[in-house]
Design a protein around this ligand. Sequence first.
Ligand code: GP9
Ligand code: MN
Length: 406
Amino acid sequence: DGSELTEVANYVNANYAEPDPEMFGVAKGKNVIMISLESLQNFVINNEMDGHVITPFLNELTKDPDTFYFNNFYHQTGLGKTSDSEFILENSLYGRNGGAVFFTNSGNTYNSLSEKLGDNGYFTSVMHANNRSFWNRDIMYQAMGIEKFYDVESYEIGEGEAVNWGMKDIPFFEQSIDLLKEMPQPFATRMITLTNHHPFDLDEEDMLIPPYESNSKTLNQYFQTVRYMDESIKVFFEDLKESGLYDDSIIIMYGDHYGISENHNKAMGMYLEKEITPVDTVELQKVPMFVHIPGYGKGEMSDELAGQLDLRPTILHLLGIDTKEDMQLGSDVFSPDHEPFVIFRDGRFVTNDHIYTQEVCYDIKTGEIDESGACESYNERATTELDYSDMIINGDLLRFTEEGQE
Ligand code: GP9
Ligand code: MN
């Protein structure tokens, strides 16, 4: 009811982080292209596999003056995988524990990023060459006010253009350019890639590097599909420049969730040349995040500790759109008040000094157990924040907000 909403609103207000005036509105009025990088973990960035560079194009971006690269950024998804990452990005709330919120709460009222961008004159869409009902997207996108879903029907999958789960990323990006050119501007779209998906199968012609050699076929092939995805992004940037849309757009890219599960710890340990500890398992949940602003020139590599819930406020503030009244649990990564504290859906969390996992508090630098009680207050806050997110979703509380009344 209303009193629950007030309680959550008080918490949200207390955690609000004022935007950095230098960053607020730097991309005002620009098109927004958000790219969901399927299963992309951060450990492959600026790294090699048996002497082969894995992500040459993304590596270049990490040093590019028009790009901010966040190398201490975590996914916060649960069982809903890609759909959770979409939910988090749109709403800056957590998904559900033990289920996909895209299925369980598609009838709720939301104040999503897309809806807010729509209210600010943007044409909003998602582009993804899969069936529209997968993850209940067709229904949930309506609930989140996404105007158009360019699903598999919007694409023509020619011979040799599909592998693994469906359309390959390179033809997907190539064909998407034509669709982008026809969109009313400014537009905001989320492009969801697919090739780098378990079990990471690829046609031989798309293998730009050899497989890794370990006891895990999954990890062995992962490097190859990641390399292919990197190529697809390079192609997309080139095509975008050619289309004339590049200068009027910003591009936000982020890994949606992990690709290599703990079942492959042995092979992963071999690759990283160490035994994978519980702390490593948490740190392997880092996904790369890029904010690319053509012509900006002051981008840098950032090790600010942040997570996917921070995307919504970050993007809105770059566009000069205020979020002070919004029921969001993340905060703008560029804000001087952004708090380095990332909570996972299952209650694990990361601070600059500690990692809390399996109900044990670890010193992040030494990896040793810290029994001083240093995690306690954070642990309480993690519980509170997850509870508030659940309260909003289970109680459909956003229908009581001003936005929800419209
Ligand atoms: C399916 C794609 C992959 O459309 O988004 O979903 P995932 O299995 O990663 O959640
Ligand atoms: Mn996914």
